[in-house]
Design a protein around this ligand. Structure first.
Ligand code: FEO
Length: 404
């Protein structure tokens, strides 16, 4: 693929990773991903913005062959899917200067053992002239690491945002179709940005002080209609939870499944939307996306070796790490003789600022009294949710786990 022009003398380079299916040995990539780098050619100097995952270096190198040799390498973020080919760029361009912030420099020294003499360290708001093009560096911490910054190309109103506004989406399109990119962008936000929602909102406010015609992230397509993704991010990071129960569950001998089926129907009967996930087959990105707007989390689990099923424990751990703005949480499930299932799961979700609702744990196969307790739980959730907004159309784009 040749370098692709966004505006005159600004090109997308980098690589589309069509076949990658797992990131960080954790995050499923059902639609692949891309590692975007950009070349900005000024009348006097040329800058390469970011590199690619080292596995894709030959693709980037072939594209750089078609453009002037860069004078600067701007590193927005040190995670190796963007910075990992830095040593190869330095080898290819022995006179190139790395432009980054102080925190990124320290991380590059630690992670890639880059030569200390190659850096030009910038402060927040600094500019770098390439002649007729000016790069302004805007610190945007925690999207996704503490060192992350964005670059604003003043003359062309392009924001190079790195992970911020990105999506794990392999596509041949240069510019984003909002219907195609929405689900992937929301998954991406949920998986890595959601724990930093307050910082994300501050960063949105910061970058939108500048007029933006294009957002060029480091994953997924470029936005030539940036208002769509900016408004989506404002909602994901700062919007209130909705009238949705996120219901991840696992069952061994169907006692928990009977309870999950009953609660699902009881909630729907009371006007509460349910997003339900079988934890034996769940895609982590779908679960994370559901947590963005869920008003309540209900974890369903049997008791195994006196505690929750490990898949339920993992779901609790993930929810705790992602820190959604969910308001309520509880546990339902079954046990054979005893156990500390509820206490263990509640302990695993200690960072969530939720009100804990009464759990419903059945001894063995659920009886009428257990189903009545589930009805009471559904009543409680419906009452707690009565002031929450309904699930918006956009939320439906990811999860459609309605009861059968
Ligand atoms: Fe795409 Fe945080 O790296």
């Amino acid at each position: 693929m040749k370098p692709r022009q966004i505006v005159p003398n600004v090109h997308l380079v980098g690589a589309v990773d069509w076949d990658r299916r797992l990131f960080d040995a954790l995050i499923p990539l059902p639609d692949g991903t891309s590692y975007n780098a950009y070349v900005v050619r000024g009348s006097e100097k040329t800058a390469l913005l970011d590199t690619v995952d080292p596995s894709m270096w030959p693709t980037l190198a072939a594209q750089l062959d078609q453009l002037p040799a860069p004078d600067y390498l701007v590193i927005h973020h040190v995670e190796q899917d963007h910075s990992g080919s830095t040593p190869l760029v330095l080898e290819r361009c022995p006179d190139i200067t790395i432009v980054c912030d102080e925190k990124a420099k320290a991380l590059l020294l630690d992670h890639l053992h880059v030569d200390d003499a190659r850096f030009h360290v910038v402060a927040d708001g600094d500019t770098l002239s390439l002649g007729d093009k000016t790069l302004r560096f805007l610190f945007t911490p925690w999207v996704h690491w503490p060192e992350t910054m964005s670059t604003y190309l003043e003359e062309d109103k392009v924001l190079f945002s790195c992970d911020f506004f990105g999506s794990h989406l392999a596509t041949s399109d240069l510019f984003a179709d909002k219907h195609e990119v929405h689900d992937g962008a929301k998954r991406y936000y949920a998986e890595i940005m959601m724990p930093f929602g307050a910082q994300v909102t501050k960063n949105i406010d910061k970058v939108t002080q500048y007029p933006i015609d294009y957002i060029a992230p480091s994953h997924g397509p470029v936005y030539d209609d940036p208002s769509f993704i900016i408004e989506a991010y404002r909602d994901w990071a700062g919007g209130e939870p909705r009238n949705i129960v996120c219901l991840p569950y696992v069952t061994m001998h169907d006692s928990t499944r009977l309870m999950v089926e009953h609660l699902t129907a009881a909630l729907v009967d009371r006007g509460v939307a349910v997003e339900r996930f079988d934890l034996t087959t769940v895609d982590l990105g779908e679960l994370a996306s559901s947590l963005v707007h869920a008003g309540t989390i209900v974890l369903g689990t049997p008791t195994v070796l006196t505690g929750p099923h490990p898949l339920a424990a993992n779901a609790a751990f993930v929810a705790n790490a992602l820190r959604p703005r969910t308001k309520y949480a509880t546990v339902i499930g079954s046990y054979g003789w005893a156990g500390k299932t509820v206490e263990t799961l509640v302990g695993l979700m200690g960072k969530l600022k939720v009100e804990l609702l009464d759990p419903v744990m059945a001894k063995g196969m659920p009886r009428a009294a257990d189903f009545a307790a589930l009805d009471a739980l559904a009543d409680t959730i419906a009452a707690k949710h009565k002031d929450l907004a309904p699930r918006a159309y956009a939320d439906l784009a990811v999860c459609r786990h309605e009861p059968s």
